[in-house]
Design a protein around this ligand. Structure first.
Ligand code: ZN
Length: 126
């Protein structure tokens, strides 16, 4: 098994077959093969990122800041780029869950001797 490079494993890598893309940051249109990999030695949790080719633009990632202009564009797996609502919902749920946990923690600290509201509701037998 060949080890893929960080660039090849990045979920925001440009497609194998170049398409015309539009960058949300600099508002430029260009071919996706111009998106270049930038190695990031500072952020230890990320080996690098795919970056917009426009000088001075910090647009990053195909499908993140840089999108194909064709609304019917499909990736190598035949998935529509513009139909990723399901994924977005998943992310929202995770965010909400984390927020809720944080709220509970805050309340436990603030409430002192009083039990958190959630615990009181759990005792109701239905
Ligand atoms: Zn750009």
């Amino acid at each position: 098994m060949v080890e893929a490079s960080p660039a090849e494993r990045d979920p925001f890598r440009p497609p194998t077959v170049p398409v015309i893309v539009h960058c949300l940051h600099c508002d430029q249109e260009y071919e996706s093969y111009l998106i270049h990999w930038v190695e990031d030695a500072i952020e230890s949790d990320s080996p690098g990122f795919w970056c917009c080719p426009t000088p001075g633009c910090d647009g990053k990632g195909f499908g993140f800041d840089i999108f194909p202009i064709d609304p019917d564009y499909r990736d190598e797996h035949g998935n529509l780029m513009w139909m990723e609502d399901d994924d977005d919902e998943d992310y929202d749920e995770v965010d909400e869950y984390v927020d809720r946990e944080r709220e509970v923690e805050d309340r436990e600290v603030d409430a002192g001797r009083q039990p958190p509201v959630e615990d009181a509701e759990d005792d109701i037998p239905w």
